[in-house]
Design a protein around this ligand. Structure first.
Ligand SMILES: Cc1ncc(COP(=O)(O)O)c(C=O)c1O
Length: 390
């Protein structure tokens, strides 16, 4: 079969070898402990599931939903933003529910990028930003996120000829994979940069509610003028452990929101309505679950960081996100190191290079692993002697 070049030309999947090894070990009955995936292991809170079950019983929710979502959900999202960040959003024109934020991130590039346009993409980053840029016919220009700059992009280093063709900027804080956070001064600088160069900012913020030690991440929408230049993507996946239900949102610039709505009305038929009611319950119901989950993640974060430091890896405790970003020991690149851990002790970590070339030299460990498995995984790491091989 002849398939489209846009698919053939996608970058190769970097974890083929590791994925093959995991399958092989599991087939042999070996227990593999994975720190690889950022998918909350804690169930969706009970009151949200109760609402979902109740809504699923109503035949009105068995039919096609409206592509743009229930107006009650639009209002719940706007109210949540007001309560959490003090931001006023027009529920009709500045809010759009999504089938998970990934869906919106993948589609928004189609709304902004034409063939030949450039999108500024952080490196390392969640791969969807670069891939959706490519699928929309554009070219990513990668901006390094390096530790010396607290994993924030240095917008002043982008060459003038790139800026002439640049049409959008992707950013993501709290950050996957580095765990870095951004303050309002950074977001204000981003708005000024976008105004100066007439580019659209897409801020991806699904981890804004996963934070530790009393830290409260800010929203890009809190920056002065943010609504003029951009949109923010957010999700119920990580805040309420709802990855499996697929629901998120985009908020911000009314033109961008309307364009995404137009594209989506031609592509999908909306979010199952029972799930929309569950999301309304999540956003408007009791919020104590968030602190409860964060307490669990914080304990895991401390255990992971301590253990990594004990065995000679350099890792700082992140203030937010579900990830610990650790430097691999000298003598290994990130894929070799991940392979060594898998071969020697059956522990899976994600090689940083999978998130871009500036991710080389790091591995990512996710905190979404049940406590018992986490402790077992860490004790295996404690017994690992590989660091001393070089
Ligand atoms: C940075 C980032 N953005 C978006 C997503 C997608 O989340 P959702 O479940 O809302 O599609 C993820 C998922 O891991 C992520 O890490």
């Amino acid at each position: 079969m002849r398939i489209a070049r846009r698919i053939e030309n996608l970058p190769p999947y970097l974890f083929v070898e590791i994925t093959r090894k995991i399958a092989e070990k599991r087939a042999k009955g070996e227990e593999v402990i994975s720190f690889a995936i950022g998918d909350p292991d804690i169930p969706t809170p009970r009151h949200i599931i109760d609402k979902l079950c109740q809504a699923a019983q109503d035949p009105a929710n068995h039919r096609y939903p409206e592509s743009e979502g229930l107006s009650a959900l639009h209002r719940a999202i706007a109210e949540w933003y007001k309560k959490r960040f003090g931001i006023s959003l027009d529920a009709d024109t500045e809010v759009l529910p999504l089938i998970g934020s990934k869906e919106g991130l993948a589609h928004v590039a189609w709304c902004i990028i034409d063939s030949g346009d450039i999108a500024l993409v952080p490196d390392p980053a969640y791969p969807v930003y670069g891939i959706s840029t490519i699928l929309a016919g554009g070219t990513p220009h990668y901006i390094p996120l390096v530790e010396e700059n607290d994993f924030l992009p240095d917008l002043n280093t982008i060459p003038a000829n790139v800026m002439e063709q640049a049409k959008m900027l992707w950013i993501n804080y709290p950050n996957n994979p580095t765990g870095a956070v951004a303050d309002i001064d950074f977001f204000n600088r981003v708005v000024r940069f976008a105004q100066q160069h007439d580019i659209t900012v897409c801020h991806d913020g699904p981890y804004s509610e996963v934070a530790f030690d009393g830290y409260q991440p800010v929203s890009f929408m809190q920056a002065e003028g943010a609504k003029e230049v951009g949109v923010e993507f957010h999700s119920l996946s990580k805040s309420y452990n709802m990855t499996g239900w697929r629901i998120g949102m985009a908020v911000g610039n009314a033109v961008a929101i309307n364009t995404l709505k137009t594209l989506k009305s031609n592509l999908d038929s909306g979010i199952p309505q029972a799930i929309q009611y569950a999301a309304i319950e999540a956003l408007t119901g009791p919020q104590d679950c968030i602190q409860k989950h964060n307490t669990i993640y914080q304990k895991r974060r401390d255990l992971v960081v301590d253990m990594l430091n004990n065995i000679g890896l350099v890792a700082k405790p992140p203030k937010a996100s579900l990830y610990v970003w650790a430097k691999v020991p000298k003598g290994y690149n990130s894929v070799e190191f991940a392979n060594a851990l898998l071969d020697d002790v059956g522990v899976v970590v994600t090689p940083g290079v999978g998130y871009g070339k500036n991710g080389e030299g790091y591995v990512r460990l996710s905190l979404t692993i049940p406590d018992a498995a986490l402790v077992k995984g860490l004790s295996r790491l404690a017994g690992w002697r590989g660091v001393k091989r070089y």
